[in-house]
Design a protein around this ligand. Structure first.
Ligand code: NI
Length: 172
């Protein structure tokens, strides 16, 4: 299965709210493309619109991370998901495959309930916390047209001004 090109900052698809998937006929090969591309670029999560595809799906794999535990020790697929019952908050630095070289401190809920379809299209609703909750919120943001620079402070934007401008021009 092919590794695909990851869309970068400034591309309009990253600002678009993704549509729920209703036709699941090609879902398996698309899931494979998401994983292949995520692993190729050493990501821990990847959303469909980062491959330029308007579909409400993302993949996550934090199994190699220190904070991984038994529940998160496998590649995960989230389809047509929604965040519910958020609680708490915590701030940590995040990166994104669509914003290479950029780190932004982002405040996230400490714990969320996430309702979604898994890779077998089974309905799930689970509570996530810690790193997994953070990654799910980051990827869910992508599907809502939101990226980490939307959380940037004026000093973050100043620090990355040239870098962001370069990517924006490449995508215009
Ligand atoms: Ni991202």
């Amino acid at each position: 299965m092919p590794v695909r090109k990851v869309v970068t900052y400034g591309h309009p698809v990253l600002k678009k709210v993704s549509s729920d998937i209703t036709d699941f006929s090609d879902i398996e090969s698309f899931i494979q493309d998401l994983f292949d591309t995520m692993y190729e670029f050493d990501g821990i999560g990847l959303a469909a619109n980062q491959l330029g595809v308007d579909k409400r799906i993302f993949v996550v794999d934090i199994s190699h991370m220190e904070e991984s535990d038994a529940d998160s020790d496998k590649p995960l697929v989230f389809i047509n998901g929604r965040v519910e019952n958020p609680s708490g908050s915590c701030v940590d630095s995040e990166g994104c495959l669509s914003l290479p070289g950029i780190r932004i401190n982002v405040e996230r809920y400490e714990s969320i309930q996430y309702s979604y379809l898994d890779k077998n299209l089974n309905k799930c609703s689970k509570i996530f916390s810690g790193l997994l909750a953070r990654v799910i919120q980051h990827e869910n943001d992508h599907l809502d047209g939101k990226i980490i620079t939307d959380y940037a402070t004026p000093s973050d934007l100043l620090e990355y001004k040239t870098h962001l401008e370069t990517m924006r021009l490449e995508n215009s």
